[in-house]
Design a protein around this ligand. Structure first.
Ligand code: ADP
Ligand code: MG
Length: 190
């Protein structure tokens, strides 16, 4: 099981590294994500700061700040993710694994409406491959609200092996599709 995950992780990290991103794809994801936010009346959103060739969330973050949403970014402390409020994207500092992160007060997890969960790949049920450290699985363990993944089409597989501790996302947004992973999971698993 774990071996499968690490083989897949390598393969998809490699594919993502080589992938030629188009601005159009980022635009489409941004538009679908903003629609979701407005449809759900979400106010408080935890995003991630893009690293390597991850979906570029910066245009989304800027738009959310413009719309006066409460925007949070993760800060890694030991083996935990802490959600921190940001008011602007320019005063972040290089943190864990070279990823930019904010400084400031930790925001209460249960007041977050949406957590955007990064991944190397997802499956249609919402299960995900992270970087292999389980940071988000730990963070999401007691997170009750909406979990959303952003992905290029090639990053969505039919099935990824998962373990007991793996927490799936509810929705995956690609440039082409809004996948209701939670629904697919209840159809396919039970
Ligand atoms: P990722 O989700 O980053 O792809 P894994 O799901 O393989 O990585 O998790 C990596 C490791 O993180 C697991 O082997 C496990 O030891 C640890 N882990 C994940 N979730 C938890 C948890 N809720 N409590 C304790 N350890 C956890
Ligand atoms: Mg996991």
């Amino acid at each position: 099981m774990d071996l499968d995950k690490s083989v897949l992780r390598k393969k998809f990290l490699n594919l993502r590294e080589k992938y030629n991103v188009s601005q159009k794809e980022i635009e489409k994801i941004k538009e679908k994500f903003l629609n979701l936010i407005e449809k759900n009346n979400s106010q408080t959103i935890l995003l991630y700061y893009p690293h390597k060739n991850e979906i570029n969330t910066i245009p989304i973050i800027e738009e959310l700040l413009k719309r006066k949403k409460t925007v949070l970014l993760p800060k890694v402390e030991k083996d935990r993710i802490l959600p921190i409020l940001i008011s602007d994207i320019s005063n972040l500092k290089i943190g864990f694994a070279g990823i930019k992160e904010p400084e400031g007060k930790v925001f209460p997890k249960n007041s977050i409406d949406i957590t955007v969960v990064p991944a190397v790949a997802y499956d249609r049920r919402g299960y995900r491959l992270g970087y292999g450290k389980g940071f988000y699985d730990r963070f999401l363990q007691d997170f009750k609200n909406l979990k959303v993944g952003l992905a290029y089409k090639f990053q969505v597989l039919d099935k990824i092996p998962f373990e007991k501790h793996d927490i799936p996302v509810d929705i995956i947004i690609t440039p082409e599709e809004v996948i209701e992973a939670g629904r697919e999971r209840s159809f396919l698993n039970k």
